[in-house]
Design a protein around this ligand. Structure first.
Ligand code: CAA
Length: 704
């Protein structure tokens, strides 16, 4: 095995290089390696100062996250980083941390234990632990406020976002930015400070003085609002408050106590699952690894509506020139106006410069013809959700697109194979299902048809990453992964109001569960007419006699299409703020009565179980059908595309957390009450329960 930590001499400066690819995580052996190298450097009389640097693209990305699962499982002892960091700080010879790439989590904690920190101009530092449901565990909450001040430390440890080099220097987290070669600059800096008394972060208490208790109360209240239901941000605040009330050693003990409390929480397990899940979805079992993706240098889009415009912004943001085609000037102008407005809002918020906006707008070419489409490497159809229209467009593309161009459809439900059959090159056809608003939502559902080539799949998945998305591969069926599972979720939400729950109760129960929005609020936002159109198209294929929700169609017949109409499941004011709509409530009640549906008091627990277990049961079928290759693909789809709380790990991980026998028992209960057609347990769920397994075991088997 290659050495994780190397010690070299640059004259009178020792250089300790951490070399643990890909991100120099503090895996077992790394802290020990730094410790042993430092001891050698301290013992060597020819050495006057020490530089610690990372090999490869980064300094240290933190503790090895894989180790946390082992700690929780009792397979390895608790985190043991802290004593090594104390040893660095106690070195009599100055230790200069030379940071490029990222110093995150334990990486920043290592850096802060050094006596000085110098940064490459593009370096970033941060304490992202809360994003994993934990808090810094090696004195980050004690040293960061000593360097950056309490308020900034509270911000960094609760939002988890990294800051840039320049800010780190102005805050006092780092000493200097090195232009040019980092190692050379760091060695020169080390020579300058050699022989001087070493400053220890843990002894710098001046920024801890005089902090009003209200600072912590405000931080707690803000975190409660911003990170609804999460414990880790609150624990981080507690630990930073401890830094202001206790000495360094006691503060570290308090941090360790809080760290262990959150590490063992289901929130941490779920968020760690999401972290690795986000990366796992890009690795597709069964696809050859050596496939060369098609290079996407130019793109074209058909349709300048909300979706087409949002997709165009993604390309422009990634620096890829894109043509947007419409059939008439008016919708084209409207679409471009929307794009301009979206960018202008970002500029107004200070998140984009006017110059960058102008550059991006210049990459988008609006037009009414197919001119230039012959140069596009990918053409994406983003028109209305009508099969005949899509087939007509793919027929036209056939004549225009260059050989080797990817022909993508943004359909959210329709049969990719039927669309592909409209061309003579079905291997080049793929679904790229963006989520609205496409310039914001992180999910990209890549849908493979039966003929889609591995090269096209690989390109589409890679394109997702290039566009800043998380791409998940789905198979072809009505609604693919995301929208297929949504059917039972929305169905149950609507049945529940017919059976006696109010619209507000259903929305609130699911919001309290952690969903970004309640299901009927989502329906109002998306527009009820979309589901109406899909239901009409699906009606001939539905099993006769099957119970279907009754109210949504009636709302649509009255033009109550949701937010855009000011009325849907709820009423909306001019600022789109919802309030209960008595007319909808009356419509629900009369519809239920006419259909002979018994109305009763419904508990929030029943609302959550019927909606979420409906998702899970369909999810298990989707895995069984091979539409989703693994449970993790479903989890990531739901977290990034449907507002499922990441801290519950996605629907399938949540099912594992609840326990599959419990989930199955509840589904069987619903089956007895509401009928086998709607609630027959998925055979995969029954099989896993019989074998005493979890969805995660299914994934392990798939990944080999
Ligand atoms: N531990 C273990 N593996 C890690 C890791 C870590 N801290 N950080 C990244 N990796 C792995 C990823 O899983 C991925 O593995 P695969 O290639 O097998 O999928 C690989 O490294 C590359 O990661 P990315 O694909 O994410 O690469 P990127 O270049 O897009 O991003 C990064 C790099 C910004 C460092 C990003 O990986 C990241 O944010 N990592 C997590 C940082 C973090 O949360 N650190 C805190 C850890 S907890 C801690 O440190 C507690 C403490 O107080 C001691």
């Amino acid at each position: 095995m290659a050495e994780l930590v190397r010690l070299t001499h640059h004259g009178d400066v020792a250089v300790i290089t951490i070399d643990n690819p890909p991100v120099n995580a503090l895996s077992p052996g790394v802290p020990e390696g730094i410790d042993s190298a430092l001891k050698q450097a301290v013992a060597d009389a020819s050495i006057r100062a020490v530089v610690v640097i990372g090999a490869g693209s980064t300094f240290i990305a933190g503790a090895d996250i894989r180790e946390f699962g082992k700690i929780v499982a009792g397979e390895r002892p608790k985190l043991t980083l802290l004593p090594y960091l104390l040893a660095i700080e106690d070195s009599p010879k100055p230790v200069v941390m030379a940071i490029h790439g990222q110093a995150l989590g334990g990486g920043l904690e290592v850096a802060m234990a050094g006596h000085y920190r110098v940064l490459a101009a593009k370096a970033q530092v941060g304490q992202p632990e809360v994003k994993l449901g934990i808090i810094p565990g090696a004195a980050g909450t004690q040293r960061l406020p000593r360097l950056a001040g309490v308020v900034k430390a509270l911000e960094m440890c609760t939002d988890g976002n990294p800051i840039k080099a320049q800010e780190a220097v102005s805050l006092g987290i780092a000493d200097k930015i090195i232009e040019g070669d980092l190692l050379e600059g760091a060695v020169a800096f080390a020579r300058e400070v050699a022989g001087k008394p070493v400053p220890k972060t843990r002894e710098r208490n001046e920024k801890l003085q005089g902090v009003a208790p209200a600072v912590f109360e405000t931080a707690r209240a803000q975190a409660r609002l911003k990170y609804r239901g999460l414990r880790a941000p609150q624990a981080a605040i507690d630990a930073i408050e401890a830094a202001t009330k206790m000495d360094f050693t006691a503060g570290c003990e308090e941090e360790a106590r809080l760290f262990n409390e959150v590490l063992f929480s289901s929130e941490a397990q779920a968020l760690i699952h999401s972290f690795f899940g986000e990366r796992a979805v890009g690795k597709i079992p069964g696809l050859p690894k050596d496939i060369k993706p098609i290079e996407i240098r130019r793109a074209a889009i058909i349709g300048a509506g909300t979706m087409g415009g949002g997709i165009a912004m993604n390309y422009a943001n990634a620096g890829i020139p894109v043509i947007v085609k419409e059939t008439a000037q008016e919708p084209l102008d409207r679409g471009m106006g929307l794009i301009r407005n979206n960018y202008a809002k970002t500029v107004a918020r200070g998140r984009l410069t006017q110059e960058a906006m102008d550059q991006r707008m210049a990459l988008i070419t609006p037009q009414l013809t197919y001119d230039g489409f012959e140069q596009a490497d990918i053409i994406t159809e983003a028109v209305f959700e009508k099969m005949e229209l899509k087939k007509q467009i793919f027929g036209e593309l056939e004549k225009i697109a260059k050989p080797g161009a990817i022909l993508a459809t943004n359909t959210s439900t329709l049969d990719i194979d039927e669309i592909a059959a409209a061309t003579s090159r079905p291997t080049m056809v793929v679904g790229t299902h963006f989520f609205s608003p496409a310039n914001v939502m992180k999910l990209l559902e890549v849908v493979r048809g039966k003929a889609t080539s591995p090269e096209v799949i690989t390109t589409a998945m890679g394109l997702g990453k290039k566009l800043g998305k998380v791409a998940v591969l789905a198979g072809n069926c009505h609604g693919f992964i995301g929208n297929r599972m949504l059917e039972p979720y929305f169905r149950e939400a609507q049945f529940l109001v017919e059976e006696g729950a109010s619209v507000e109760q259903v929305n609130q129960a699911m919001y309290d569960f952690g969903m970004a929005m309640g299901p009927l609020a989502v329906d109002d936002l998306a527009g009820l007419d979309i589901g109406w159109l899909i239901r009409k198209a699906r009606a001939p294929h539905m099993k006769p006699g099957l119970r279907v929700p009754l109210v949504a169609d009636k709302l649509c017949e009255q033009g109550r299409f949701g937010q855009k109409a000011g009325r849907g499941w709820s009423k909306y004011d001019e600022n789109r703020r919802p309030s209960p709509d008595p007319e909808t409530a009356a419509l629900i009640e009369s519809t239920a009565r006419a259909a002979g549906i018994e109305r009763r008091v419904i508990s929030n627990e029943e609302i959550v179980d019927r909606c979420v277990f409906g998702l899970i049961n369909e999810g298990a079928r989707i895995m069984e059908d091979g539409i989703a290759q693994r449970a993790v693909d479903i989890d990531i789809t739901y977290i990034y595309g449907y507002g499922f709380p990441a801290w519950r790990g996605g629907p399938m991980f949540y099912a594992d957390t609840v326990g599959l026998p419990k989930v199955l028992a509840r589904i069987e209960e619903f089956e007895k009450k509401h009928g086998a057609d709607l609630w027959t347990p998925a055979p995969l769920l029954e099989k896993l329960v019989a074998e005493g397994k979890k969805f995660k075991d299914f994934d392990k088997q798939k990944e080999g």
